[in-house]
Write a protein that binds this ligand. Structure first.
Ligand code: ATP
Ligand code: MG
Length: 300
């Protein structure tokens, strides 16, 4: 089946048809896993969290949000037939590109080395939301593993998400860049709630101390934000060992320290009340996005 959004001209890969294709009757919880600095463990955490949530009976979809240079399929040892590039450039639907991992996680694989997808156009952003509306009807959680930094795509995915998990590590540059990301999302995009996940911590104490430092800075310079401590994942050699053999640490080493933490975090996320219930759902966000998009066109 061809999607409605791909354009004839391959070189631009821009979707021009932004008509609504469906309305959602049931909304997934949409979580972004994001960071200011690269290499802090977003993808490792996202995939293992997805696995833990699946084990808790949830239907989970993972979107590789590093659209132009994704690696989720590689980390899972999967070979996708199609990727998101085929959606934007070759008329494939999300149904066609959806990859099913043997653990029960659904994955939307990103392109590999596709510079055009590093910054989506407004039309592409809208058509992506339309497709996500359709594909997530029977999904409990959609996890978006973003690229690092403050690019337009990163900001967009964090706006789509109801809950943004900002991953930091004890490295000062990781914290500094996370604060920059939070500043931009709060000041320019009015996002007010963030969850901090400390990865690669030596222990809970170090993680909580780091969180306190972040709060001191954000309280002082960014004003009235709600920043919560989600928890921490300890530095665990088993994480890298599992990754090198394209396995999930939760599956390969279920009793390792990182696996235990991630299982606990999955329970915390599942059991806590949904934050920003009416803000950030795909449906809500799409309406906002249409509004901004259409008014921008009227005003231009
Ligand atoms: N808790 C941990 N303990 C030890 N190593 C870890 C842990 N979490 C992640 N790593 C390792 O850190 C490296 C980077 O992880 P990962 O690719 O998940 O980061 P990322 O934030 O997604 O990177 P990018 O920003 O490039 O997408 C990997 O080698 C991974 O095995
Ligand atoms: Mg990654």
């Amino acid at each position: 089946m061809k999607n409605n959004y791909s354009r004839k001209k391959k070189d631009h890969c821009v979707s021009s048809d932004i008509k609504s294709s469906s309305f959602l009757f049931r909304f997934p919880r949409v979580l972004s896993v994001t960071s200011g600095k690269g290499g802090v463990g977003k993808t490792s955490f996202t995939l293992n969290l997805a696995f833990a949530l699946t084990r808790l009976g949830q239907k989970v979809l993972v979107l590789d949000g590093n659209l132009g240079l994704g690696n989720i399929d590689v980390l899972l040892g999967l070979t996708p037939k199609f990727t998101i590039e085929d959606f934007f450039c070759h008329g494939k639907s999300f149904q066609e590109i959806l990859l099913q991992d043997p653990n029960g996680i659904s994955i939307i694989p990103a392109g590999s080395g596709i510079p055009e997808l590093v910054t989506l156009t407004d039309d592409q952003k809208i058509s992506l939301l339309n497709e996500l509306d359709v594909i997530t009807v029977k999904t409990n959680f959609m996890l978006i593993d973003t690229a690092p930094g403050i690019s337009s795509n990163v900001l967009y995915f964090n706006m789509v998400a109801q809950e943004s998990i900002v991953v930091v590590t004890p490295e000062p540059t990781s914290t500094a860049n996370a604060i920059v990301l939070i500043r931009i999302l709060s000041r320019k995009h009015r996002k007010k709630h963030f969850d901090i996940l400390v990865n690669l911590a030596a222990n809970e104490n170090e993680a909580r101390e780091l969180f306190k430092k972040i709060i001191l800075t954000t309280d002082r310079f960014l004003g009235n934000l709600s920043i919560g401590y989600l928890g921490f994942v300890p530095f665990d050699n088993k994480m890298s060992v599992a990754l090198r053999s394209q396995k999930l640490v939760l599956k390969a080493y279920p009793e390792s320290s990182s696996s235990k933490s991630i299982r606990e975090l999955a329970k915390t996320i599942l059991e806590r009340p949904v934050l920003n219930k009416d803000r950030g759902s795909l449906h809500f966000f799409r309406r906002q996005f249409y509004f901004n998009h259409v008014s921008a066109q009227f005003n231009s």
